[in-house]
Design a protein around this ligand. Structure first.
Ligand code: GLY
Ligand code: MN
Ligand code: MN
Length: 462
């Protein structure tokens, strides 16, 4: 009975929509084809047992202050499986199907109804009708029906797979309490069906998202191309005395001008000692003539991000020490890229890069034992890349059509136990590597990388 009300509601919502004057418009002609989303959902459904269901939630809108929110970015699992941009959408996958009205569906998207009053402030959003029209989801209905539909399904369900939730949604001041969304949700589900097995995150999504399909590789190459142009313009526009944020502005101007919706992560632009801080993002310092600058910046395009680092001398010429360290990192990166082979262990590029850095830092007298290499190279060499800068994956043998970063670095902050001529040199070189059956392909390989190429570019704005 309840479920047939849903059909009635769907008809009414169509009528209401006809009365609305604003139409949902799509401005990009290079979006992922809905067929690809369908294929991905079919793969998830095929991996599920008959009595299980999967629920994929959207990210929350995050409040910034008062009535101002942060710009919204959909959660990556939802982007991957449905391409729905709106907050508050929930995707339900049911291998055995769920009856809605007179029909059985294996995929249902719950989404907020369009609200003409809110659209005056926020513009046109997708409602159920727009999702069906543009994204070819089997069916889409209002979020208000989600608990009714789950109530109808849970008695015959043995396992629920939940997409990633924020582990800690909120910390409550003074009370030492944290609100854990996943714990509360699990309680809600168990209250309805005590024997339920709840699994989160969905392991199948890590497996699927690790290996990119053709639509993903196309968008990743676009994000990478945009980012390479940003790095070029930044190096070309660099002049000693600029603030780090001016370099950041050159970078992000180039990203936005080429259509990137956002950065994939906050831009890291660190000069001198700031280059030794791995995730330095304040970018306020004024650069000096002899500084090295480390710029780790990637554009996000249609949800996919690049992750590229270049390190360059502000005045266009590496000092002797800067050049020596730069070439150690470059050799380590070459070695890491060469070790990025399908079927080899995920850690193979790291081992290759670390071996080079240990050996060369010992030769330069910066360390006296390979055991101390972690003092100056304190992070891993690779992570998966895709919708997230640190994309999910299995960390198993490298798979054809996965994309990893290869990003060795050497960071020698002031006060390090070595000759002070090395102090305040921080170098990272990071590229985005596609694993293929024929060997690694550097998707960001056309960006200046050697000492000579970098020196020919810095400060040479056309
Ligand atoms: N940009 C963050 C990282 O390289 O992992
Ligand atoms: Mn990275
Ligand atoms: Mn990076």
């Amino acid at each position: 009975m309840r479920i047939s009300l849903i059909l009635l509601w769907a008809c009414l919502s169509q009528l209401t929509l006809m009365a609305q004057t604003l139409r949902y418009e799509v401005h990009d002609n290079d979006l992922v084809h809905p067929r690809m989303y369908k294929e991905r959902r079919e793969r998830v459904l095929a991996s599920m047992s008959p009595q299980s269901i999967a629920i994929v939630f959207s990210a929350d809108v995050r409040n910034r202050q008062n009535d101002v929110d942060y710009e919204y970015r959909q959660s990556s699992d939802m982007l991957y499986l449905a391409g729905v941009p709106s907050p508050g959408a929930t995707l339900l996958l049911v291998p055995r199907g769920v009856k809605i009205g007179q029909k059985i569906f294996r995929t249902v998207l719950f989404i907020k109804d369009r609200n003409p009053k809110q659209e005056v402030w926020q513009g046109v959003t997708m409602g159920p009708a727009e999702v069906i029209e543009h994204l070819e989801i089997d069916t889409a209905i209002s979020t208000q029906y989600i608990s009714d539909v789950l109530d109808s399904l849970l008695p015959s369900t043995d396992t629920v797979h939940l997409s990633n939730m924020p582990t800690r949604a909120l910390s409550v001041p003074l009370t030492s309490k944290n609100i854990y969304a996943d714990v509360d949700l699990k309680k809600w589900l168990k209250a309805r069906q005590p024997n339920l097995i709840v699994k989160s995150p969905m392991a199948v999504l890590a497996r699927l998202r690790e290996v990119k399909d053709s639509a993903e590789l196309r968008l990743m190459q676009k994000a990478i191309d945009i980012s390479m142009e940003g790095h070029r313009l930044t190096m070309q526009g660099a002049r000693p005395g600029m603030h780090e944020y001016e370099l950041e502005a050159l970078m992000e101007y180039a990203f936005k001008r080429q259509g990137a919706e956002d950065v994939g992560y906050p831009s890291i632009v660190g000069s001198s000692y700031n280059a030794c801080i791995l995730h330095y993002i304040s970018n306020r310092r004024t650069t000096q003539r002899n500084d090295l600058v480390l710029a780790d910046c990637g554009a996000e395009y249609h949800g996919y991000t690049a992750d590229i680092t270049r390190t360059f001398p502000m005045n266009g010429t590496f000092t002797r020490e800067q050049r020596l360290i730069y070439n150690v990192v470059l050799e380590a990166q070459d070695s890491g890229i060469a070790a990025s082979k399908a079927g080899d262990p995920f850690r193979a590029p790291h081992k290759a890069a670390k071996d080079v850095i240990s050996k060369r830092l010992m030769e330069l007298g910066i360390i006296d034992s390979a055991d101390h290499v972690g003092r100056y190279f304190m992070h891993g060499t690779s992570h998966y890349l895709g919708l997230d800068v640190h994309d999910p994956g299995t960390s198993g043998p490298l798979q054809v059509n996965s994309v990893i970063t290869v990003e060795p670095g050497v960071y020698i902050p002031e006060g390090s136990p070595c000759d002070k001529k090395w102090w305040n040199i921080g170098v990272r070189i990071e590229d985005d590597i596609l694993i293929t059956a024929d060997g690694p392909v550097n998707m960001s390989g056309s960006l200046a990388r050697t000492v000579e190429e970098i020196e020919a570019m810095v400060g040479k704005a056309p």
